[in-house]
Design a binder for this molecule. Sequence first.
Ligand SMILES: [Zn+2]
Ligand SMILES: [Zn+2]
Length: 146
Amino acid sequence: MKIDGGCHCGSIRYEAEVDPATVVVCHCTDCQTFSGSAFRTVVQTRPGTFALTAGTPKVYVKTAESGNRRQQTFCPTCGTPIYSAPASGDTKVVVLRVGAIRQRAELIPRDQFWFRSSQPWLPNLSTIKKQEKQPAYDERGVLRDP
Ligand SMILES: [Zn+2]
Ligand SMILES: [Zn+2]
């Protein structure tokens, strides 16, 4: 499947081919921190198909508990996470952050990694109340009870 994506400010754009069967959610604590969220959703690119079409991401090399080192890349302007790659910087196969892919609604996770560190409220998400948009805040910056 051909996909394209980019960061929030628009300075980084890319395209690639991915296999939708390789979409996974990762609940590890590193992914929680890097994403600033409860979990991260990723997909691997098909070999040789990833190309940056605009901008150059900033690189941070993460050392895992196992000692494995990987590049984590992000937009230097808006901070959007873009992909991870081997520490060497080889981009033959990269692991894209699905939230920055334009076709993300079609990329449905097939597996969940590190579920033992998943947030305890996650199984109840479907029962937490839902707003079509963000509700208004009052003058004290407190969420107004709708
Ligand atoms: Zn950006
Ligand atoms: Zn992870």
